[in-house]
Design a protein around this ligand. Structure first.
Ligand code: ADP
Ligand code: GLC
Length: 492
């Protein structure tokens, strides 16, 4: 008798443990929180088992569906044991674990409060890395992959490669995603003994830099595979200009590094389904966009005139975002062009007051909101005509993708993920406006060009809006690429 041919085997579902400092909507400072939350949900929907670990910060309250585990978990620190309380939010094969440990996380902020960055951030997130490993033991669950995000997760792969040798978690691979190479997370040498990590890793081709522990560098050296959030940024960070001193490490690990563009969560960010806007719209029917624009003008106490274009910004007001270039030309832009300007953001106090000062003199044209406001962010994306991103560097950028989904055309410096996601006017019809050199004049020129097109060639703007709205920024392709990376990083 002929042997029956084996049926093709379905790929074995992977078990993924995500370690993150942010997870939207609970804990979000910027795009990292959006990215990790939507990626985790998408990977879980593909059929993989995902457990996310983050602190239970006191900045938010948990939903009523969260379960409190009766037993506290043990965290095995280098100096002895600590106990943390475990809260779990479960949704099919995705579980989010919030670890409660008051000494580090019962504070008025995620990384900082109004007095500035917390001085013990390295200790807080070193503790979290150890706690993520101990949570797996507590749950009796061995993940195939630990997936860490940015410097806060940098010591996790070092633990796997040292303290965990000969223990069950030795078999887990690790993936480390760079969202922003600027922040390294410097820690004193003693952070190693704090976690019980042997001293031999404290060397230049390990975790050491300038006599301290560089947690980002630790992640880059010790993780099995590396990713970053756009293909262009993966190349840029291997150059001295964008490498923040770590370009040689990234070149050394180039064979293990790939760029995967972030996706966006279209259940939250799309003009058809956005739960935070009142009027929905699509590329075939822009009536809702016009209503959102009127509502935005009303909210911002600007003249409710549908014929004037709105140029907007939503950003953390830090050096990365290049808004100092904008503030230097804003007075001339408002003086010379017929447009309205809306900014939502907070950060650098000097920059905040410069924007406020200018807006005070142009109250019929400009509105500044200093602070964090999620519903307003959605209304701005939906109701604006143009969105400004003169970033010095931008690993991926989510806001330009959100803008394009709402037919709001980005005007951006051609860098990082902005280059990968925007096609510029000229490559007809284009989905936005990119400029190559970052300077006040290039930005002024780009704003002027967009504004002129708005008045002189509305049909071109309409075609650009439609093309922007048609782009596929979903997680589909990107999440599948992450699964490929997980398999690539798998040890057994
Ligand atoms: P980054 O992560 O560098 O800040 P991204 O473009 O990837 O840049 O993501 C920024 C995210 O943070 C977006 O979801 C944006 O809407 C949000 N955001 C930034 N500042 C504010 C604010 N002041 N209020 C509301 N949302 C904000
Ligand atoms: C970082 C980057 C931003 C990226 C986000 C999510 O905050 O600055 O460009 O979109 O992470 O990956």
């Amino acid at each position: 008798m002929r042997k029956k041919r084996d049926a093709p085997q379905a790929p074995v579902p992977l078990k993924i443990c995500m370690l993150t400092p942010e997870y939207a909507p609970f804990a979000k400072v910027g795009g990292l929180g959006d990215c990790v939350a939507s990626l985790s949900r998408y990977i879980a929907q593909l059929g993989y088992e995902v457990k996310v670990v983050l602190p239970k910060y006191s900045t938010f309250s948990l939903p009523s569906s969260v379960i409190e585990h009766p037993q506290p978990m043990i965290v095995n620190m280098g100096y002895g044991i600590e106990f943390a309380k475990v809260w779990e939010l479960k949704e099919d094969n995705l579980s989010v674990y919030f670890l409660e440990f008051d000494r580090y996380f019962n504070r008025n902020g995620i990384y900082a409060d109004r007095h500035g960055d917390f001085g013990d951030n390295h200790e807080r997130f070193a503790f979290l890395a150890r706690a993520a490993i101990d949570l797996c033991y507590y749950l009796n669950w061995i993940p195939d992959i630990f997936h860490g995000h940015d410097w806060t997760a940098g010591l996790l792969p070092v633990l796997l490669d040292t303290v965990e040798r000969g223990r069950p978690l030795e078999r887990s691979g690790s993936v480390f995603t760079i969202h922003n190479l600027q922040h390294h997370g410097y820690a004193p040498h003693s952070v190693l003994s704090f976690l019980g990590i042997p001293d031999h890793v404290f060397r230049p081709d390990g975790v050491e830099a300038f006599g301290q522990v560089n947690m980002m560098k630790a992640g880059l050296y010790f993780s099995t595979k590396l990713t970053t959030v756009s293909e262009n940024y993966a190349k840029e960070i291997q150059t001295p200009h964008f490498g923040f001193g770590l370009d040689s490490v990234l070149k050394f690990r180039a064979g293990d590094l790939i760029g995967i563009r972030n996706g966006i969560d279209e259940t939250l960010w799309s003009p058809e389904h956005d739960p935070l806007i009142m009027h929905h719209f699509s590329q075939n029917d822009f009536r809702g966009k016009a209503q959102c624009k009127a509502e935005l003008q009303h909210y911002c106490r600007l003249p409710e005139d549908p014929t004037i274009p709105i140029f907007s910004v939503i950003a953390r007001l830090y050096e990365q975002k290049g808004l100092d270039y904008l503030v230097r030309i804003l007075e001339s832009v408002l003086g010379q062009m017929r447009l309205q300007f809306v900014l939502l953001g907070s950060g650098d106090h000097e920059l905040e007051s410069q924007f406020i000062h200018i807006a005070r003199h142009h109250q019929d044209q400009a509105f500044i909101y200093i602070g964090y406001n999620e519903p307003l962010a959605h209304l701005i994306e939906a109701g604006s005509d143009f969105f400004l991103m003169p970033s010095r560097f931008e690993p991926c950028g989510l806001n330009q993708m959100y803008s394009m989904r709402y037919g709001t055309l980005p005007i951006a410096h051609a860098t990082g993920g902005l280059t990968d996601t925007i096609t510029t006017y000229g490559e007809h019809p284009g989905t936005g406006f990119l400029f190559d050199d970052l300077s006040e004049s290039a930005l002024f020129h780009a704003i002027g060009k967009a504004n002129a097109l708005y008045y002189d060639q509305p049909e071109v703007i309409l075609a650009m809006r439609r093309k922007a709205m048609e782009q596929d920024f979903s997680w589909k392709t990107s999440a599948e690429r992450y699964v490929d990376v997980y398999r690539w990083a798998q040890k057994y």
